[in-house]
Design a protein around this ligand. Structure first.
Ligand code: ATP
Length: 243
């Protein structure tokens, strides 16, 4: 039997670089997420977090780096193939389809699946149970939802792909504290079901409270990593991100 400590990580990122023309936004970034683990990537505005997530999801070139998911290099995969492998991004800014209804957005999240209709309907029910607000607004155009409701929809759409791992890019961005609590309550429930999570956050406190491990990104490089509880107590982190 393979013990948890020797099992390959679910996601392995090695020496990834991201360039925008002459600008180097990410430099030799490496990180890992184990199956069932919740990991956060924190850092200030412009540190390179979204660029790294986009490189993992094949929306940006990785430079000389490598990304492996479930032990296989995904460097040759297209972005739209990744949900079918179980790797799903919930992008910064939600990116819901504004003219489509809540239900249409959710059904689109299952584009990669060939599951029987009954199974997809059960999945839809599970998402609507997790986010009752979406059930109330099921026939509403997504563009008319509040920011918090759109975030719920973006997460729900991601869940419809039945991910082994969700990459959540700034799920708390621009939301009122009361709504952030709802969103993070749902994220904790998703983690409790065994879905692995990589959460990018500027709101370091929230993410460190939920995560088991954390990476800190500064000016394009990962400068610190360790157990989330230890980073929460680290003077440098407290000064830079926790006020
Ligand atoms: P934020 O929390 O504000 O999203 P971030 O840590 O996710 O910040 P990135 O969005 O990855 O950081 O940006 C990293 C750097 O790359 C910044 O200097 C940014 O200006 C630059 N950058 C990002 N996207 C582009 C782009 N499309 N073209 C040129 N430069 C970009």
């Amino acid at each position: 039997m393979i013990s948890a400590s020797t099992a390959p990580p679910l996601l392995s990122v090695r020496d990834v670089d991201v360039h925008y023309g002459q600008i180097c936004a990410v430099r030799a970034a490496s990180l890992e997420v184990a199956a069932g683990e919740v990991v956060t990537l924190i850092g200030a505005n412009g540190a390179g977090k979204s660029s790294l997530i986009n490189a993992i999801c094949r929306l940006r070139d990785c430079g000389r780096g490598h990304v492996a998911f479930r032990g296989s290099d995904i460097g040759a995969r297209r972005a739209d193939e990744l949900p079918g492998l179980g790797l799903v991004q919930v992008p910064e800014g939600r990116r819901v389809f504004g003219r489509l209804t809540v239900m249409e957005n959710l059904r689109l999240g299952a584009f990669c699946r060939t599951a029987p209709r009954k199974e997809l309907e059960a999945e839809l029910d599970a998402v609507l149970t997790l986010f009752p607000r979406l059930a109330e607004r099921r026939e509403q155009a997504a563009g008319t939802l509040s920011g918090g409701e759109q975030q719920m929809l973006a997460i729900g759409r991601g869940l419809m792909a039945r991910p082994a791992m969700l990459l959540l890019d700034e799920p708390s961005m621009g939301l009122a504290p009361r709504i952030i609590d709802v969103i993070y309550g749902a994220i904790a429930a998703i983690a409790a079901r065994g879905v692995s999570l990589l959460i990018v956050e500027q709101n370091a406190f929230l993410a460190l409270e939920l995560a088991q491990r954390a990476y800190v990104m500064e000016a394009g490089a990962i400068t610190l990593s360790g157990p989330a509880a230890a980073l929460m107590d680290d003077e440098r982190i407290r000064a830079a991100y926790l006020g």
